[in-house]
Design a protein around this ligand. Sequence first.
Ligand SMILES: [Zn+2]
Length: 344
Amino acid sequence: MTEPGRGEPESPTGHRPEAEDTDDGDRTDGPAPASVDAAMEAFGEGGLAGYSYAYLDEHTKREVRRTMLSAVAIPGHQVPYASRPMPLARGWGTGGIQASLSLLGPEDVFKVIDQGSDESVNAANIRRLAADTADVDTTTDTTEADVIQTRHRIPEEVLTDEQVLVLQVPITDPLRTVDPSDAANRRRHAHANYGKMWLRLYESVAQHGEIDIGARYPVMVAGRYLMDPSPIPRWDVPKLDDADALFLFAAGREARIYAVPPHTAVEPLAFEDRGFTVERFDDRPCDVCGSTDTYRTEVDTGDGEVRLVCNDVSFCRKRQQRPGLPTDHHLDDPADAGEGGESA
Ligand SMILES: [Zn+2]
């Protein structure tokens, strides 16, 4: 996807990895560190020296921001960009990081979650990279963050028009589940020809009696483009509709960015008599905070017990302290709150 001729280093600061054939690590000048430990140590002590602000060079960040603007202008449309190598493997959130680092400024507060958890290794590393190179404050509180990078979840709490959610995207095109040809799928998007996806849904109903799509539920954006909302649970899909926040979807490996701007209609594909449904938990509350209106996942405690707990860890923790916290997704319409309502 990288445009020809765009692969060479464009950094105005001229930094270029010393090491031989590495296409990710981006240590700057000076001899290569002798060991991983030595490299980590060097990074710890004033590791910013030799790096651009927010790791990426200014040209790259500008290009990523321009791509985001295009994506905002055409909601749901996948816009290609020259995805850069990042200091972690593609598939681990390189697209999300490039988007986040291009957006962050020194005044911003940054939150990173990985499937609802702030504490996963990947989330912690991404957060540290941003804190070290972009000098931002970080938080685990959704309401305090300006930019939230996430993998496979949308936080339970309301996002406001001051917030941007950056979703890491492994597969950009929802049509790839029905046709592996990107060329054919691009034509389908151009013609808004989504018959093949409707057929997939119909076959699913014919075989299973319902639409058997778990995560990556296909949605229509602004009545025009079919979009893959990334592997968020169906629970999170309605949060995209007419939201106050900006959603950016960034795929590093596929080098594409797409967006759902604030107050855009996002409609899950469904039939009149076979509607879109979210996951059910048989009214079993979270074993920790007692919520019945959050997305819960089963956790094996290791001693033979399986507990059902909120997937959004920081919200669960907050609710343990304040049981009445609402999860409604639109500030101006509290009636939209989860059907479970108050709990505890
Ligand atoms: Zn909970």
